[in-house]
Design a protein around this ligand. Structure first.
Ligand code: NAP
Ligand code: ZN
Length: 355
C-alpha cells in the first residue's frame, strides 16, 4: 500500500479539502501512475455535491487523468516505467459479459467500476479518483498518450469530455455532409465542436451565452445560434442530421427536437441533477425523430479518440488551476465561466502540506 495525497469532499455541503488514503500495491496486471494533470468535469461537481444521489464520502473526484508510469506488475505487457498514459472514467468492468467482450465496457451488464465513487469489482471498496498524486489501475483500462509532452495538461480533458463527444459522433456516423448541432459550449461542448469539425461536419453551436460566439467559430463551428432567440432557432427548423446535447441543467428539449430533419437524432450526454421536462410527442412522431442517450465510450474507442485527436492536432482549451483552487473552479463552472476546461496541475498538490 502507498499513501496518496488527495482532495476530497467529505459531505455534499462542505468544500473539498486535503485528504489522504491508501492506494493498493500494484498486482500483476496493474500500473502505478504518478498523476501530472487532472481535468475538472461537471460530473465531479455533481458527485461531490451528491446531486445524483448515492455519493459515498469522503469522495475524491477526477476522471480526466494524465500521468507517468512509475511501476508495472509482472504480467503487464502494454506499458513500461516512464510511459505517458491516460485514465478516463472507468478503471475496471466485469470483463466477461457481452458488452465487455464487444469493447463496450461502459455498458457492462454487471456494472463497470468508475474511476471514483464506484465499487471495485471484487473488494467492493469505493474507488478514489484523480484529484490525487497517484493511482493504480489495471492495464486494460490505461490508455497510451502520444501527444507532445507540452500538451499534456490539455490532453487530460480528452479522457472524458473528448470520448463522451467522440463516441456518439461516431455512433451516429457524423462526417462530411452532416449538419451537426452541439448544444452548450462547456467542457464537453467545446470538444464536440472541435471533433465534429475535424470529422468534416457542418457544425452549428447552440449556446445560452452570446459572448461565446467568437470562440465557437474559432473552435470550428460554422454558425452559432443563441438558443434563447426563437427567430434564430426557427431559421434552422427541420435541418439537422444530428444534435449532441451537452447541457448540465434541465431544460426543454422541444426547441431542439424541432430542428431535426426526417429521421434525425438528438443524443443527450448532459446529465442534469433533475430530469428534463418530457418532450412533446408530436415533435417526435411527425418527422420520425429520435431522442437518444450516450455514456462516455469504451476503452478501445477511447484509444481511437486519443489517436484521432493526436493526428488532427486536437487538445482541449484549458485554464490550469492549483489543487487548492478547486472550490472556486466549481463555482465558476456553475456560472458557465470556464474556457473551456479547468485542469488541475497536480504538482501543486504534491507541494502542499498533507491533511
Ligand atoms: P460544463 O463545462 O459546465 O458545460 C455545460 C454547458 O451547458 C455550459 O457551459 C453552458 O453552455 C450550458 N449550460 C449550463 N447551464 C445551462 C442552463 N441552465 N441552460 C442552458 N445551458 C446551460 O459541463 P461539462 O463538464 O461539459 O458536462 C456537461 C454535462 O455532461 C454534465 O451534466 C456532466 O455530468 C455530463 N457528462 C456526461 C457524460 C456521459 O457519459 N454522458 C460524461 C461526462 C459528463 P453555454 O454557456 O454555451 O450555454
Ligand atoms: Zn467526466
Amino acid at each position: 500500500m502507498t499513501l496518496a495525497k488527495a482532495y476530497a469532499a467529505r459531505s455534499a455541503t462542505t468544500p473539498l479539502a486535503p485528504f489522504s488514503f491508501e492506494r493498493r500495491t500494484p498486482t500483476a496486471r496493474d500500473i502505478a501512475i504518478d498523476i501530472l494533470h487532472c481535468g475538472v468535469c461537471h460530473s465531479d461537481l455533481h458527485t461531490a455535491r451528491n446531486e445524483w444521489g448515492g455519493t459515498t464520502y469522503p469522495a475524491v473526484p477526477g476522471h480526466e487523468i494524465v500521468g507517468r508510469v512509475t511501476a508495472v506488475g509482472d504480467g503487464v505487457s502494454k506499458f513500461k516505467v516512464g510511459d505517458i498514459v491516460g485514465v478516463g472514467c472507468m478503471v475496471d468492468s466485469c470483463q466477461h459479459c457481452q458488452p465487455c467482450a464487444d469493447g463496450l465496457e461502459q455498458y457492462c451488464d454487471n456494472g463497470f467500476t468508475g474511476t471514483y465513487d464506484s465499487p471495485e469489482q471484487v473488494s467492493r471498496a469505493i474507488t478514489m479518483g484523480g484529484y490525487s498524486d497517484h493511482i493504480v489501475v489495471h492495464e486494460k483500462f490505461v490508455l497510451k498518450v502520444t501527444h507532445a509532452e507540452a500538451d499534456l495538461a490539455a490532453v487530460a480533458p480528452l479522457l472524458c469530455a473528448g470520448i463522451t463527444t467522440y463516441s456518439p459522433l461516431r455512433q451516429w456516423k457524423v462526417g462530411p455532409g452532416s449538419k451537426v448541432g452541439i448544444v452548450g459550449l462547456g467542457g464537453l461542448g467545446h470538444m464536440g465542436v472541435k471533433i465534429a469539425a475535424a470529422m468534416g461536419a457542418h457544425v452549428v453551436l447552440f449556446t445560452t451565452s452570446p459572448g461565446k460566439t467568437e470562440d465557437a467559430l474559432r473552435l470550428g463551428a460554422k454558425e452559432v445560434v443563441v438558443s434563447k432567440n426563437a427567430d434564430e432557432m426557427a431559421a434552422h427548423a427541420n435541418s439537422f442530421d444530428f444534435i449532441l446535447n451537452t447541457v448540465a441543467a434541465a431544460h426543454s428539449l422541444d426547441p431542439f427536437l424541432a430542428l431535426l430533419k426526417l429521421d434525425g437524432t438528438m443524443t443527450l450526454v448532459g446529465a442534469p441533477a433533475t430530469p428534463h421536462p418530457s418532450p412533446a410527442v408530436f415533435g417526435l412522431i411527425f418527422k420520425r425523430r429520435r431522442l437518444a442517450g450516450s455514456l462516455i465510450g469504451g476503452i478501445a474507442e477511447t484509444q481511437e479518440m486519443l489517436d484521432f485527436c493526436a493526428a488532427h492536432g486536437i487538445v482541449s482549451d484549458i485554464e490550469p488551476i492549483p489543487m487548492a483552487g478547486i472550490n472556486d473552479a466549481y463555482e465558476r463552472m456553475l456560472k458557465s465561466d470556464v474556457k473551456y476546461r479547468f485542469v488541475v496541475d497536480m504538482a501543486t498538490l504534491k507541494e502542499s502540506a498533507t491533511a
